[in-house]
Write a protein that binds this ligand. Structure first.
Ligand code: SF4
Length: 214
């Protein structure tokens, strides 16, 4: 019975989100699937706007997996410094580039199973690469916004991204999976902020069990 309620809520939420964010998509800028992978890795704990500023310069000097694989770590760290966690990100990006060359002949793989074996790439990043890079929808990317909104909207009771993804995939039709992820991210950025959600101005407030209580 509970699933029926959640499914209906998902239907209504999707309907509103489609009105609010008809053109939702990633804000990250990239010129190849490999650059998309780098941009998504840089976006951890950082805004897309900041990542775009950094990659505009970064991709002028480093473009291909080979460029990144051969880049001295210190140089890479300097270039990505302002995205935060630059030491770990530089190490992971270089290791990812080397693995793409050694294991996949320099081409970012288009299968979830292969992607999540690359250094620094988890299911969320892999879902974004598959969809934005290859047009393949295999799941729903769950970041902090999707986690927060899915809980507030009563679409899941879980906090683990893998379990949240499973719940959302059960409730939403497959054709809407990618839209849902992007639209929840936009709504989280614009309206349902983590500390001060704007429930008064939120178009979902009549369907949201957390309205005026979050
Ligand atoms: S009503 Fe409030 S808590 Fe619910 S989605 Fe909107 S802003 Fe977030």
């Amino acid at each position: 019975m509970q699933k029926v309620v959640e499914k209906e809520r998902m239907r209504l939420v999707l309907r509103e989100l489609k009105k609010l964010y008809p053109d939702s998509g990633t804000a990250l800028r990239f010129a190849s699937v490999f650059q998309l992978a780098v941009a998504v890795m840089l976006s951890a704990q950082c805004t897309d706007a900041r990542v775009n500023i950094v990659t505009k310069e970064l991709f002028k000097s480093l473009k291909t997996p080979k460029d990144f694989a051969l880049a001295p770590l210190k140089d890479l760290e300097k270039l990505i410094y302002s995205t935060g966690y630059y030491h770990a990100k530089a190490k992971n990006i270089r290791a990812m580039a080397r693995a793409v060359i050694e294991w996949h002949g320099g081409v970012v793989p288009d299968r979830m199973g292969d992607l999540v074996k690359l250094p620094g790439i988890g299911r969320k990043t892999a879902n974004i690469i598959l969809n934005e890079g290859y047009g393949i929808v295999e799941g729903i990317a769950v970041d902090t916004h999707v986690t927060r909104l899915s809980n507030r909207l009563g679409l899941t009771a879980h906090h683990d991204p893998v379990k949240i993804e499973q719940d959302l995939m059960t409730l939403a039709p497959r054709k809407d999976w990618w839209f849902l992820s992007n639209a929840l991210i936009w709504h989280g950025r614009k309206v349902c902020h983590s500390r001060k959600p704007d429930c008064v101005g939120c178009a979902l407030n009549k369907k949201c069990p957390s309205a005026f209580r979050a």
